[in-house]
Write a protein that binds this ligand. Structure first.
Ligand code: F0G
Length: 472
């Protein structure tokens, strides 16, 4: 490619993508090469807008994406970069990929029965290269770090973001710094970051403290912050909606349910579905529901307050919802689903907007409900980490209350792999899982679906007898 061509390409991309402040009274616009994380006028959240390089018809886009899906190498093999028409990057961007995405959509009959549905599909984002959905956003965020010439990439994390960033930074040859709440990260997630060679800083504080600290670090010109406050993370994560729709044959499910922590994932899915609708690939939005753990549910609390005040019927979509100026955060979040132990979620505005626009709800589930839903997902032969199981627990509640009916189509997004937190699994099945309540008391979680190894004499007979007893 000649230099002249390169320059004209660069200006085209700068013309077709920009960063916007989402605050209705501001709406400031910034170029995609500006290294900012929030609006420099009002401090509001930023969102990226991309117009395809050449306007494409829905069937052209669908055909292009579907034809790339069979690739076994190169950018087309990535379940993110395959959708590059709607990503804010040049064709010759220095893509950092581990071939993320391409995750399975399973049908889960036991979970369906448990949730009171005829059928239920599970989109397993835990099947990404580092075992969580974070990889779909990390590929774009770390690629943007390369575009901007960053030296160091940084994040705060409850474990999965840091594992993912450490891997992508290693691929890119960038220095990686991660800031974690001490003793609150599962051993498996920490082990990943250690192996991928990140500089790991443990602080005496929770995720929300770590998040504030990395925002301070990102004031340094050479340091690039890749938590989901960074809109380039959201760009990658929104492609999960594209891949899911492709897997559903472009028939929109009635409901999509996701766990909510820092609320980047729900924001990204909402954005993805809206972009598909604007591009004419789908004709309506699925209702997007967010599930939070009872002890870490600032958005669910706000949603309940809005419902009490609102005169509109719960569950009716609002195209341009008025958002509150602030929400009350949870100072001491509590949940064994450590991935979503977050009291001050960064992306609450975008997530709430996505839920209200789609006619979805935000709800809480208890520790017992999470644990039992998780074991049920396991019984379908799928498995996931605790935070992911909030979805199935929430669906069971939504069908029990009539907000979802038995025949509706529902997709639950599982966000992390079962091997991310095996301590939790084995404590649950052994009946030793418990959570410390606010007053310091231990609250046991019942092993409703207990399944433990048993010691047997080393004989064929004793095993066969045991199997027969279990069948009876
Ligand atoms: N599920 C898992 C397995 C997660 O790791 C997270 C977030 C969530 C759900 C919630 O997603 O924050 O986009 O609402 N984990 C982050 C981390 C916070 O640092 O790994 P969210």
């Amino acid at each position: 490619m000649t230099e002249t061509k390169k320059h004209s390409r660069t200006s085209i991309a700068a013309d077709r993508a920009s960063q916007h402040c989402i605050m209705p009274r501001c709406r400031a616009t910034f170029g995609i090469r500006e290294r900012i994380y929030v609006c420099s006028h009002c401090g509001g959240p930023l969102e990226i807008e991309v117009a395809p390089e050449q306007p494409r018809t829905p069937s052209e886009l669908r055909h292009t994406w579907e034809s790339r899906a069979s690739a076994l190498t190169g950018r087309d093999h990535s379940g993110v970069w395959r959708y590059r028409e709607l990503l804010p990057f040049e064709d010759d961007a220095p893509v950092v990929t581990l071939f993320e995405g391409n995750t399975p959509l399973y049908d889960a009959p036991r979970c369906a029965e448990y949730s009171g549905l005829r059928a239920l599909s599970l989109k397993h984002q835990g099947c990404n290269p580092t075992g969580s959905f974070k990889d779909t956003g990390m590929t774009t965020a770390v690629t943007q770090a390369m575009v901007l010439g960053a030296k160091t990439v940084v994040c705060a994390s409850t474990g999965n973001t840091s594992a993912s960033l450490a891997a992508y930074a290693a691929r890119a040859g960038l220095q990686c710094a991660i800031v974690l709440p001490q003793k609150q990260i599962s051993a498996a997630k920490l082990a990943q970051a250690m192996d991928y060679g990140a500089a790991i800083f443990e602080i005496d504080g929770n995720f929300d403290h770590a998040m504030r600290l990395v925002q301070e670090l990102a004031e340094e010109a050479s340091i690039y912050l890749v938590n989901s406050i960074n809109p380039f993370r959201i760009e990658g994560q929104k492609t999960v909606a594209f891949e899911l729709m492709q897997q559903c044959g472009w028939t929109v499910p009635s409901n999509v349910v996701v766990p909510g922590g820092n609320l980047g994932n729900s924001s990204a899915l909402g954005k993805g579905f809206e972009e598909l609708r604007s591009a004419g690939l789908i004709d309506r939005l699925p209702r997007l529901h967010i599930a939070q753990a009872e002890g870490a549910a600032p958005l669910a609390r706000e949603f309940a307050r809005l419902q009490t005040e609102s005169k509109s019927k719960p569950g009716s979509p609002v195209s341009d919802p008025a958002l509150p100026a602030k929400i009350e955060f949870v100072e001491h979040p509590r949940t064994l689903a450590s991935a979503i132990k977050i009291g001050a979620p960064i992306s609450w505005r975008k997530a709430l907007r996505a839920v209200l626009r789609s006619g979805g709800v935000v709800l809480t589930v208890s520790e017992q409900e999470i644990a039992d839903a998780k074991a049920t997902i396991g019984r379908d032969g799928i498995g996931c980490e605790p935070a992911s199981a909030t979805t199935v627990a929430a669906i069971r509640k939504l069908t029990a209350s009539g907000q979802i009916t038995r025949d509706e189509s529902v997709v639950a997004v599982l966000t992390g792999h079962i091997l991310k937190d095996t301590d939790y699994v084995s404590h649950y099945h052994r009946g030793t899982l418990s959570i410390e309540a606010a007053n310091g008391e231990k609250q046991p979680i019942a092993a409703s679906f207990r399944n433990v190894p048993i010691s047997v004499p080393a004989t064929k007979q004793s095993i066969l007898e045991n199997l027969r007893r279990r069948r009876e």
